[in-house]
Design a protein around this ligand. Structure first.
Ligand code: FAD
Length: 146
């Protein structure tokens, strides 16, 4: 059934934040409550940009409106299977893992060496995200000759 043209008016369009749709991304950079607030997402976005990655988040982050709900991964969010999933300041609760455990390679950055996510990680960095992430981004950009 076609809709009469006069009854359809496009008033704007919206796009998921970031350039790459989360469910199609080969690389995903994801943040949790360890990032402390939405004002700190710039460093995560810088890393995602350096890697050509999509951004994602844990559920409490979306519930707190730090990030939009379409970025929430896990049991009650999107299930994704990228080649590389980088989890920053995310504890690794079972409900979160349910949405990301099909990722080929998981890298975890967490300041708590006992964080459960390390058990599911291929590579782990124990450290403060606010120190580690900007350094990682700078090194990646250096390798890219930027
Ligand atoms: C029915 C149900 C469904 C759920 N569905 C989902 C879901 O789909 N997705 C989901 O994500 N959750 C889901 N949850 C919630 C889940 O149980 C966890 O509460 C949630 O995943 C925790 O989010 P988080 O890791 O961001 O926060 P937290 O558990 O608070 O972890 C924050 C982490 O950040 C680390 N950290 C703190 N500061 C720093 C720093 N400066 N640098 C580095 N690391 C730091 C801490 O060591 C900690 O490990 C669900 C829960 C229930 C009951």
């Amino acid at each position: 059934m076609s809709v009469p043209a006069a009854r359809v008016k496009v008033t704007g369009s919206s796009k998921a934040s970031g350039d790459i749709p989360l469910t199609e991304a080969e690389v995903v950079v994801s943040g949790g409550r360890g990032l402390k607030g939405p004002e700190h997402w710039g460093m995560l976005e810088d890393l995602a940009k350096a890697l050509g990655a999509a951004t994602a988040c844990s559920r409490p982050v979306a519930d707190a409106h730090w990030r939009p709900h379409h970025e929430h991964v896990g049991q009650t969010g999107f299930a994704i299977a990228p080649n590389l999933y980088i989890a920053i300041g995310i504890s690794g609760a079972i409900q979160h893992l349910a949405g990301v455990n099909r990722s080929k390679v998981i890298v975890v950055i967490n300041k708590d060496p006992e964080a459960p996510f390390f058990k599911a990680a291929d590579y782990g960095i124990v450290g403060d995200a606010f120190e580690v992430v900007p350094k990682l981004t700078a090194e990646i950009n250096k390798l890219k000759g930027k």
